[in-house]
Design a binder for this molecule. Structure first.
Ligand code: AMP
Length: 114
């Protein structure tokens, strides 16, 4: 069951603030409150999806969402230098906010994943 009171839902409803980077009819992107890199942006679909699994199973806009991610990375001028996209699904990944989102990380040489 989707939790309508999660922080990203409140941001999407305009009840909580965010530092907006991009918005279209399906997507909102804003800076992460606790950045893990010099540029750390969260890309959030406007529909009610708990995680990547829910989004990939139920959204009709998966391709459009990832095209928006590419557009935002371009707007952030990360294409040439490089960037990482990450999503956490569920407990083992450490998902904190139960609304699907993709992290865009860049602005420095990022640590290796392993
Ligand atoms: P995760 O669910 O593990 O992908 O992590 C959620 C991310 O959301 C973390 O990087 C938090 O720093 C970030 N976050 C939580 N609350 C806010 C907020 N109000 N505005 C921006 N970022 C947030």
């Amino acid at each position: 069951m989707y939790d309508k009171n999660n922080i990203f839902a409140t941001i999407l409803r305009g009840e909580a603030e965010c530092k907006k980077v991009y918005e279209d009819k399906n997507v909102l992107a804003f800076y992460d409150l606790h950045p893990s890199a010099p540029i750390h942006v969260l890309v959030v679909p406007k529909g009610e999806y708990k995680s990547f699994d829910d989004f990939a199973s139920n959204s009709q806009n998966v391709a459009d969402f990832f095209k928006a991610v590419q557009k935002i990375a371009t707007k952030l001028e990360l294409i040439k230098s490089g960037y990482r996209i990450v999503t956490n699904h569920g407990d083992d990944a450490g998902q904190i906010v139960p609304h699907f989102h993709v992290h865009i990380l860049g602005g420095k040489k990022l640590d290796k994943l392993a």
